[in-house]
Design a protein around this ligand. Structure first.
Ligand code: B12
Length: 388
């Protein structure tokens, strides 16, 4: 193909992706990502992903070369979809404690939103250019390191918080990729860096960013509130603040992220999902069916009811509004999930020294059927965590 024809094809594909709704579209070759597999394996070896059992060296091996997934791939189309960046969180008020949701999860579940767009894009590519077997698309769940793809394609650069930062939308961008056997003109990587700015590193309450570009997932509030299935380590709970699903602190402090305006896909807007702030106390009276009805179609389904209530307990313990104490006492008496009761003990211990709270904790310490709950109740009583 002549250079001019290749450029024309590339621009046609770019225009198509924009027309479908992607905010950013760049291209890179399907050549291997030299050094990436080793880099990811080294991080796994250092225990930085020890809490994510699915994050394996085999995954890193696949990520190192996209042709291990799509052998005929010639090019990778790197796609970005902007999500809301505003600071529209409602603060907790006395009697109405609220938890924060990370911005990418305010609207409908982005996996579905982006997958739908990607599928439409691929359908168009197939219609125009054929090549049925060699157009594959992914968002999030594939064994790719999407930020590495986006960085090589020039969509943005990797910041010290490890996020992919774009000039247009900062890091408030979701990533997706399409591998294709079309021979497209690669874009050049962006030359920008964070320079001397390192605000994100000390901003992380759990020190999950030990060095520039290095994330310790075992400490990251996002992993603790979304991916962790069991108990949240006691030492980390006070640092989680009122985040109940994900965390944006290392992005909020980033100067590149300030004042970014974008045309947001309607399904990612807060009105379409759970929004930025969730009232915590009503969550505890939701039956499993009511929980599903409220959060179906949003990313929050990932934690399931049990995970979200666990996170809500941690947030309540940190907000420390005494109005939560009666609800937590009821949780200790009635909630079927031992994980939720365990975290309710912790929260109650931090909130209230009232007779009622101490009685509920003492009762749980004596007679809860679950050992972890009994131990947590004892700790909450014995370690002087009850404010006196
Ligand atoms: C596992 C995972 C997590 C884990 C671990 C995150 C991490 N930093 O590794 C947890 C649960 C903590 C997490 C949290 C979040 N995640 Co996440 N996550 C992923 C996932 C599934 C894999 C990431 C991965 O492979 N990590 C391994 C490390 C080594 O790679 P990395 O940090 O992503 O990128 C590094 C490499 O690319 C390297 N690099 C870049 N180029 C090159 C080139 C060479 C040669 C080498 C050697 C290295 C190298 O530098 C980067 C910085 O460390 C991706 C989707 C995907 N399939 O890629 C989404 C993804 C990274 N997550 C995303 C989002 C939105 C988030 C959160 C913002 C959600 C939130 N608000 O709570 C936070 C951000 C936390 C943070 N600061 O990273 C987006 C990021 C978009 C963006 N603009 O950066 C992604 C791409 C999902 C998507 N499709 O949009 N996530």
């Amino acid at each position: 193909m002549s250079t001019i024809a290749r450029q024309a094809l590339t621009e046609e594909v770019r225009a198509l992706a924009h027309a479908i709704g992607f905010n950013l579209v760049r291209f890179t070759s399907a050549l291997p990502f030299a050094g990436l597999e080793q880099d990811v394996c080294q991080r796994i070896g250092q225990g930085l992903y020890a809490n994510l059992p699915w994050f394996t060296p085999e995954r890193a091996y696949m990520a190192g070369d996209i042709r291990r997934i799509v052998p005929p791939a010639q090019s990778i189309i790197s796609l970005g979809l902007a999500y809301p960046s505003g600071n529209t969180y409602l603060p907790s008020t006395p009697g109405v404690p609220r938890g924060r949701v990370a911005r990418y999860a305010w609207g409908r579940d982005y996996h579905r939103v982006v997958r739908r767009l990607t599928q439409r894009f691929i359908a168009e590519l197939r219609q125009r250019f054929g090549h049925k077997e060699a157009q594959r698309g992914w968002v999030d769940t594939a064994r790719l390191v999407e930020r590495a793809v986006a960085a090589r394609a020039g969509l943005g650069w990797v910041g010290k918080n490890s996020c992919l930062l774009t000039s247009e939308y900062g890091s408030w961008v979701l990533l997706a990729e399409v591998a294709t056997d079309l021979d497209l003109e690669p874009d050049a990587p962006v030359r920008k860096t964070c320079g001397r700015c390192a605000r994100c590193l000390p901003s992380c309450p759990t020190n999950a960013l030990p060095a520039p570009g290095v994330l310790d997932a075992t400490q990251c509030i996002s992993a603790l509130t979304i991916e962790a299935r069991g108990a949240i380590p006691r030492t980390l709970r006070p640092k989680i603040g009122d985040w109940i699903f994900g965390c944006d602190i290392c992005q909020e402090v980033c100067p590149v992220n300030r004042g970014k305006e974008a045309k947001i896909h309607p399904d990612l807007l807060p009105e379409r999902g759970c929004g930025p702030s969730i009232e915590l106390l009503p969550l505890f009276s939701l039956s499993p069916a009511a929980f599903t009805a409220q959060f179906q179609g949003t990313s929050l389904m990932r934690t399931r009811r049990e995970g979200l209530l666990r996170n809500a307990c941690v947030a309540l313990g940190n907000i420390a509004d005494p109005a939560a104490a009666p609800v937590l006492c009821t949780v200790l008496a009635q909630e079927t999930s031992a994980l939720v009761r365990e975290h309710a003990c912790w929260a109650l211990g931090r909130i209230s020294s009232e007779q009622l709270a101490r009685q509920a904790l003492a009762h749980a310490a004596r007679s809860d059927p679950d050992l972890c709950v009994r131990q947590e109740a004892e700790l909450s009583l014995d370690l002087g965590e009850v404010h006196s």
